[in-house]
Design a protein around this ligand. Structure first.
Ligand code: MEV
Length: 326
């Protein structure tokens, strides 16, 4: 294991945790190489693995075939390993754009990496991405990068310390640390679950159309300026770029009436709000007017959302060392 704060070796049984995420700038465009800003959030998945007579996930033996993240995780991080009983519990709503699948993939690869002698953080980032991408068929390493790194990170942007690059055969994404400005954020789930892969493919078709290159360039500019605004802790500029990013997401067709209703409900208590993640359902992220967080969560709940006040989770995926057993 490299000395990069990686996952140390540990025999079974093993317990791991990994945070969810919230994209502030650049979802969808990042799949095509544009910059993005993402933060790990303090909603997490915990996972516990022990030797067992047959492999299962939360007592379901069919999950080996039917849960693509579990199947791909075992194939990549536990090939030919003996049977395991895995339990996973999470506070991250599923299919909500808040990184539940990235957190599951990162926690599973971290746990199995520990049992197979430890794993360097950059390898954990690459492998967790490969699990998520194989399960979804498309996508960027944005969600898994946040879940593995913790805190705030930029993909293909920012000028902070480089962490690692994550690649497919066709493309590489540079992941850099962005200082956390220490702000409180609010996310709210619309209650509508959607498949990330379907949204990504639909936006890919839109970006391949006649004006697609110009549209992608506008996504690039907004994310680049948004990242710079976060670095200089300029809330007004961050809010302005969030609104522009939301207009672009609407233009590529990933909004939804329920998301629009949440954005409208948030407006009186928000500096800015936008869709976060793949859209088409899922969640919004809000930069609240300071001191109005409680009012904001009430407004969002009244509009039918499931709100969470979140802060960047400082630590990425890691082992749970104190005998905590989900
Ligand atoms: C999903 O959380 C973010 C997308 O940009 C897809 C991806 O980057 O893999 C929509």
């Amino acid at each position: 294991m490299a000395a990069d704060g990686g996952i140390p070796a540990q025999p079974l049984p093993v317990a791991a945790r990994a945070p969810g995420k919230c994209i502030v700038f650049g979802e969808h465009a990042v799949v095509h190489g544009a910059p993005a800003l993402v933060m790990a959030i303090d909603l997490e998945t915990q996972l516990f693995a022990r030797a067992a007579p047959a492999t299962s996930l939360n007592s379901d033996a069919e999950a080996v075939r039917e849960n693509p993240y579990f199947r791909e995780g075992l194939a990549r991080a536990w090939p030919d390993g003996p049977p395991l009983a895995v339990r996973a519990v999470s506070r991250i709503p599923r299919g909500a754009g808040l990184g539940s699948s990235a957190a599951f993939s990162a926690a599973l690869v971290a746990a199995l990496g520990a049992v197979t002698g430890g794993i360097a953080r950059r390898d954990l980032a690459q492998r967790a991405f490969e699990v998520e991408r194989a399960a979804q068929g498309v996508g960027s390493p944005t969600d898994t990068a946040a879940s593995v790194a913790g805190g705030c990170v930029a993909l293909n942007g920012g000028d902070g310390p480089p962490l690692w690059s994550v690649r497919t055969d066709e493309r590489a994404w540079e992941v850099r640390r962005v200082p956390d400005p220490g702000w409180v954020w609010v996310v709210a789930h619309s209650g509508i679950r959607r498949a990330t892969g379907d949204q990504v493919r639909a936006v890919g078709r839109r970006l391949a159309s006649a004006d697609g290159a110009a549209l992608l360039e506008r996504f690039r500019t907004v994310a680049r300026e948004g990242i710079a605004a976060v670095v200089r802790e300029d809330r007004a500029a961050v809010a302005a770029r969030m609104r522009e990013n939301q207009a672009l997401l609407t233009e590529v067709g990933v909004s939804h009436p329920r998301l629009e209703a949440l954005l409208a409900a948030a407006a009186p208590a928000a500096e800015a709000a936008k869709i976060t993640g793949a859209g088409g359902g899922g969640s919004i992220v809000v930069l609240p007017i300071p001191g109005r967080e409680v009012d904001l969560t009430r407004r969002l709940a009244r509009a039918g959302g499931l709100p969470f006040v979140v802060r960047p989770a400082p630590h990425g995926a890691g082992l749970i060392e104190s005998g905590v057993r989900p």
